[in-house]
Design a protein around this ligand. Structure first.
Ligand SMILES: CC(C)C[C@H](N)C(=O)NCC(=O)O
Length: 475
C-alpha cells in the first residue's frame, strides 16, 4: 500500500480543536487522584452530545471498591441517542474516554496532555486510545447535521470512563439496560483498536485478560538497609521474583498447569486466513525496535498475537525503581501480571489455576513470608462471525473511502465489554478500527495521524449509509 497522501494541516479545524480539548483532560482511570478529571471528561463528552441535540443521559453506575476497602464514585456512563425512527436500523457506538497514565518522565517527546501536531501526526495520551475514534463517530453525526441530511440510521452512543481498568460497573449497567437502551439496537460498533498495517482493517476478535496482583507480605515490618540486614532476612522481593519466574519459560511457554490445555486448536481455515494476510515481519520488528521475535513465521506470530494466551509481567509495586542506587530491602512487594485470554479459556478457572499454582510454588520455597494472590480483572475474549452483514457493510464503507479491501484481523488486546455486549444483548458486534498500526497505545508518544482521524470520520459516515442498506436487502 502507498503511504497515505498528506492531509492538510488541521490548524483551527473543529475536529482538531475538539481532540485537543479532550486530550487536555488527564482522564486516567487507574489513578484515583485523577478521578475528578475523569468525572469532568464524562461531563464534557455528555455536553458535546447535548449541544448536537442528542438525547443524553449520564448514568450513575455506582461505586468502585479500592484494594484498601475505601470506595470511590465510578465515572458516570454517557448514553446518547440521535433519532428513533422505527423504520430505520439502530446502531450503538461504544467507546471510552479514559486513558492510561502518562508523564513526561516516561520519555515523551511532547507534553502528553497538550495535543501536538508534528508531520501529520497528532501526539497526546488517549489520542488514538480512544478519544479521536469516539470523536470521529461524533463528527460523522455532525457531518450529516451540517449538511442538513437525515441520518440514515438511528445512532446511539454509550461512552464509558473505566475501560482501561476493566470497565468496572459497566456490565451491571448493560444487564439493567438490556431491554431498555439496547432493546431497539441492531448492531454494536466498537472503534477501539488499530489496523495491522497501512491497510484498513475490520476486527473480528479480541483476547480477554486476567490481571493479577501477587503480594509477598508479612516480611520485615519496614524496609531495611541491605548492608546492615542483608543475609539475615528472607527477602520478600527474592520470593516474588522466584515465583514470577515460574509463570512462563524463555520460549514463551506458559508453565501454569491447565492454561495451554484449554486453548481451542488452530483450525486449517484460520491458518489459511493468517497466511493470506499481508504482514511483514521485518516491518514489525522495526516498528517495535527489536532484532528478534519469539516466532519467525508470519502465521505463528499472528497466532500468538491474537489467539494464544500469553503472560506479561507489568511491574512490582514497592520495588525501588527510581534513578540511583538505593540499597534497600523492600518490606512488601506486589507484582502485577496479566494473562491474555482466548477461546476456550474461562477467567474463573484461570483465577483458580493461577492462585493454586503460585501457592504451590511458593510453599516449596519454605519462606516465612506470606503470599496473597488476587485477580483484579477477569475479561473474556470476544469472537464474531465475519459472515454477518455488518462486516459486509464495513467492507463496502472501506472500499468507498480508501478504495481497498480491508484486512480481516483479530486484536491481541482486550476490550472487556465486547464479550458482555455479545452475551447479554445478543446483538451483532463489529470492530471498526481507525487507529494506525504504529499509534503507540499505552506507550510514550501515543498519536493518531491526521489522515486516519479525518479519513476515518469519512469512513464512519459511509458506514452509517452502508449499514442502513442492510435493512433494504434483508426486509
Ligand atoms: C488495542 C486495545 C484493544 C485498546 C484498548 N483500549 C485497551 O487498551 N484495552 C486494555 C488492554 O489492556 O488491552
Amino acid at each position: 500500500l502507498p503511504h497515505p497522501p498528506p492531509t492538510p494541516h488541521l490548524g483551527k479545524c473543529v475536529a482538531f480543536q475538539a481532540l485537543r480539548e479532550w486530550v487536555a483532560i488527564e482522564s486516567d482511570s487507574s489513578n484515583v487522584l485523577k478521578r475528578p478529571d475523569l468525572h469532568h471528561m464524562m461531563e464534557k463528552a455528555a455536553q458535546k452530545l447535548r449541544l448536537m441535540g442528542g438525547m443524553v443521559e449520564l448514568v450513575d453506575i455506582g461505586q468502585q471498591e479500592l484494594p484498601d476497602g475505601q470506595t470511590l464514585a465510578l465515572p458516570k456512563v454517557v448514553t446518547a441517542q440521535f433519532g428513533s425512527d422505527p423504520n430505520k436500523r439502530t446502531v450503538c457506538i461504544y467507546g471510552h474516554v479514559d486513558v492510561q497514565p502518562a508523564k513526561m518522565d516516561d520519555g515523551w517527546a511532547t507534553d502528553p496532555y497538550n495535543l501536538t501536531d508534528i508531520n501529520g501526526n497528532l501526539y497526546g495520551r488517549g489520542a488514538s486510545d480512544n478519544k479521536a475514534p469516539v470523536l470521529a463517530w461524533i463528527h460523522a453525526v455532525e457531518a450529516y447535521q451540517a449538511l442538513h441530511m437525515e441520518l440514515p440510521v438511528n445512532v446511539k452512543f454509550i461512552i464509558e470512563g473505566m475501560e482501561e481498568t476493566g470497565s468496572n460497573g459497566l456490565e451491571d449497567m448493560i444487564v439493567a439496560q438490556r431491554d431498555i437502551f439496547f432493546s431497539d439496537v441492531d448492531y454494536i460498533i466498537i472503534s477501539d483498536c488499530g489496523w495491522l498495517s497501512r491497510r484498513p482493517a475490520l476486527t473480528y476478535g479480541t483476547r480477554g485478560n486476567c490481571y493479577f496482583f501477587a503480594e509477598v507480605i508479612e516480611g520485615p515490618k519496614q524496609d531495611l538497609h541491605s548492608g546492615v540486614y542483608g543475609g539475615t532476612v528472607i527477602e520478600p522481593m527474592t520470593d516474588l521474583i522466584g515465583i514470577l519466574d515460574t509463570l512462563i519459560d524463555p520460549n514463551g511457554k506458559i508453565l501454569i498447569p491447565g492454561i495451554r490445555e484449554a486453548v481451542a486448536p488452530l483450525s486449517d481455515e484460520e491458518w489459511k486466513m493468517y497466511q493470506d494476510i499481508q504482514f511483514d515481519l521485518e516491518n514489525y520488528k522495526n516498528k517495535i525496535g527489536v532484532d528478534q521475535l519469539m516466532y519467525n513465521s508470519k502465521v505463528d506470530l499472528l497466532a500468538h498475537m491474537w489467539r494464544y494466551p500469553t503472560v506479561s509481567i507489568h511491574g512490582i509495586q514497592g520495588a525501588f525503581s527510581d534513578h540511583g542506587t538505593k540499597t534497600v530491602i523492600p518490606a512488601k512487594v506486589v507484582a502485577k501480571f496479566s494473562i491474555r485470554q482466548v477461546p476456550n479459556m474461562d477467567p474463573a478457572v484461570v483465577k483458580k489455576q493461577v492462585t493454586d499454582y503460585l501457592h504451590l510454588v511458593f510453599s516449596k520455597r519454605k519462606s516465612p513470608n506470606k503470599l496473597k494472590v488476587t485477580m483484579v480483572i477477569g475479561a473474556k475474549p470476544w469472537l464474531a462471525d465475519t459472515q454477518d452483514p455488518v462486516f459486509e457493510a464495513g467492507k463496502a464503507a472501506i472500499k468507498r473511502v480508501f478504495n481497498v479491501d480491508p484486512d480481516l484481523i483479530r486484536e491481541g488486546a482486550t476490550i472487556p465489554i465486547a464479550r458482555t455486549f455479545q452475551d447479554v444483548t445478543g446483538k451483532s458486534i463489529i470492530m471498526m478500527p481507525i487507529g494506525g498500526f504504529d499509534d503507540g497505545l499505552h506507550s510514550q508518544n501515543e498519536k493518531m495521524s491526521r489522515y486516519n482521524y479525518i479519513e476515518g470520520t469519512k469512513y464512519f459516515i459511509a458506514y452509517l449509509h452502508e449499514v442502513s442498506l442492510i435493512k433494504k436487502t434483508s426486509v
